[in-house]
Design a protein around this ligand. Structure first.
Ligand SMILES: *Cc1c(COP(=O)(O)O)cnc(C)c1O
Length: 567
């Protein structure tokens, strides 16, 4: 099952979070890609992943005493983690030929099945210095650099798979539009777009128009020269080359990543059919060690082979479950104490908010009425924030600075603990997502395509407190409103029309004080019941279920023939 000849699916992603310490992802997209391939390995799906190496990585984040984000290059030694391949391909760029090499990383599944990930690299001696820099950093802000990175991913990724002997690939899966240039290669092979698109499927991840990647045709013509398809404007956008439009036209199946997101995407692109496959997380990866052994004891070790077993979470022992949570909380607070002057207290309700800093996620919403927040939180609640801002995103950097300022104010005036922890990444995420009591999310409505951190919190028995958007619309209902609380009205509520930042902030304070804090202090039994409903959500919001849906609806492969689980 591990030989390359029988790989049927190639999964292309600009970022893939493989292991902690590999700084080759920036946020949810990369984590999802990593979880997807981990589940594919567990379920023995014949898939191969493709991405870039990024030898300078996505930066290491430091917060200066004045609250400013400082970015450091990451020294990381991928040569000890990746296997160097000897095959080379050529990138035709402008009138130059650049050599592209590759590394391989194997993801090992539960039954021993391997999923290879191919990482492309231009940092080799025979290239000129500027060419060696092309695969240096993730999401380079320079447009030329960016378009070339996407050519490397799509075009060279395709060529590299051919060169490596992956001759049985039937489906190319574009995880977001970054790799859509590979459609040019399919066009060359199959001659017509109609034939080419039979081999391509596309997952869109953003409902925000501004989030859709576009390139000026002048730039695209300059880099591709005469290698650009003649009628390109017919299927990649009239005025600019839009990677989403290219991917939509070049794929036979398209999906969004939650039910709501597919509605929103469908409205943006009424001429295409956009299905929905709700995201998940790799449960085995995201459970704290304490929770994993607890579940193994309670459900039997085999539950990992059938994640649906988590349906039985309501039977879990409440007393033990609470003890498991307190251990994770203790670990997190120990980490906090060693990284901040503010001393946290394990008895207080602890709320976490951590994600890529972005305007639509409204990281400052809870500070709208600072005195009201202080009044509720004093002697009751402490907060942990974390998250990186893209180095070129001045506005998002200002949010980090503001949170640090609020943190000083709340501590100095009220002795309320609110800290911003540096360098949010996989290990810190694991600790936060199991160690806080409540996980907060405040996106502007219908801009959170799915959100996956809330799912990671849920499987660890952490209750969600979130605007009803993305996955939480589904998770909140599926748990019969037990797995946490909603901020503001639901999508079908007529009062939603009046909703804005102010009313969402009001709803936040109101529910925090009267429901969440009240339950935490006075009703431990209800809290523990809610924790079980949260864990139960893992039966559905996992990448095993998700990739089976991809197999059935997108890849159209006969699952039972392709993998048989060892008992
Ligand atoms: C899960 C995760 C994300 C994505 O979180 P969202 O809920 O989609 O905002 C980002 N970064 C890290 C490190 C994560 O673990």
């Amino acid at each position: 099952m591990t030989s390359k000849e029988n790989r049927k699916i190639a999964y292309f992603s600009m970022e893939i979070a493989l292991e902690s310490g590999f700084p080759i992802y920036s946020g949810g997209l990369g984590i999802l890609a990593g979880d997807t391939l981990r589940s594919a390995a567990d379920l023995q799906i014949p898939i191969v992943g493709v991405t870039l190496t990024y030898n300078a990585g996505y930066f290491y984040q430091i917060i200066a005493p004045n609250g400013n984000q400082v970015e450091r290059d990451v020294e990381w030694d991928f040569e000890t983690n990746f296997i160097k391949l000897k095959e080379k391909v050529v990138l035709e760029l402008q009138d130059k030929s650049i050599t592209v090499e590759a590394w391989k990383y194997n993801i090992l599944g539960r039954t021993g099945h391997l999923v290879p990930v191919i990482l492309l690299d231009t940092d080799i001696p025979e290239n000129e210095p500027w060419q060696r820099n092309l695969t240096h950093v993730l999401y380079d802000a320079n447009r030329f650099q960016r378009v070339v990175q996407e050519m490397i991913l799509g075009v060279c990724g395709y060529k590299m798979l051919e060169k490596l002997g992956y001759s049985q690939i039937e489906i190319y899966h574009l995880n977001e539009g970054h790799a859509a240039f590979l459609i040019f290669e399919l066009l060359e092979k199959y001659k017509t777009l109609e034939e080419a698109r039979k081999h391509c499927v596309f997952t869109t991840h953003t409902p925000v128009k501004a989030g859709l990647e576009e390139f000026d045709y002048t730039l695209v013509s300059d880099v591709f020269r005469n290698r650009l398809p003649e009628n390109i404007r017919e299927f990649a956008g009239k005025n600019n080359l839009n990677m989403t439009v290219l991917a939509l036209n070049g794929s036979r199946y398209v999906n969004a990543v939650s039910k709501k997101h597919s509605e929103v995407s469908q409205q943006m692109f009424p001429n295409f059919k956009i299905d929905s496959i709700t995201n998940g997380v790799h449960v085995g990866y995201w459970l704290s060690n304490y929770m994993r052994s607890f579940l193994n004891n309670e459900l039997g070790r085999n539950w990992h082979y059938n994640i649906r077993t988590l349906d039985r979470a309501l039977e879990l022992d409440s007393y033990e479950l609470w003890r498991v949570h307190l251990k994770a909380k203790r670990d997190l607070l120990n980490y906090e104490r060693s990284h901040s002057w503010v001393l946290f207290d394990k008895r207080l309700l602890t709320i976490g908010f951590a994600r890529r800093m972005a305007e639509y996620k409204r990281p400052l919403l809870i500070f709208k009425d600072l005195e009201r927040l202080a009044k509720i939180a004093k002697n009751n609640i402490q907060f942990i924030f974390a998250g990186k801002a893209h180095p070129a995103d001045v506005q998002s950097k200002s949010y980090i600075k503001s949170i640090s300022d609020y943190s000083d104010y709340l501590w100095n005036s009220y002795k309320i603990g609110l800290v911003f922890l540096e360098n949010y990444e996989l290990e810190l995420a694991k600790s936060l997502l199991s160690g806080v009591d409540v996980w907060l999310n405040t996106p502007r409505r219908y801009m959170e395509a799915s959100g996956t951190s809330g799912m990671k919190a849920a499987i660890n028995g952490v209750l969600n407190f979130s605007v009803l958007d993305g996955w939480w619309i589904e998770g909140y209902e599926l748990s019969k409103k037990m797995a946490g609380w909603a901020i503001g009205p639901s999508p079908t509520d007529p009062s939603l029309k009046m909703s804005n930042d102010q009313s969402d902030a009001d709803a936040f304070y109101e529910i925090l004080e009267n429901e969440i804090l009240h339950t935490y202090k006075n009703n431990p039994n209800e809290w523990q019941e809610r924790m079980k409903y949260s864990i139960q959500l893992g039966a559905y919001f996992n990448t095993n279920r998700m990739i089976e849906e991809y197999a059935d609806k997108a890849y159209l492969i006969e699952r039972q023939d392709l993998w048989k689980l060892k008992e």
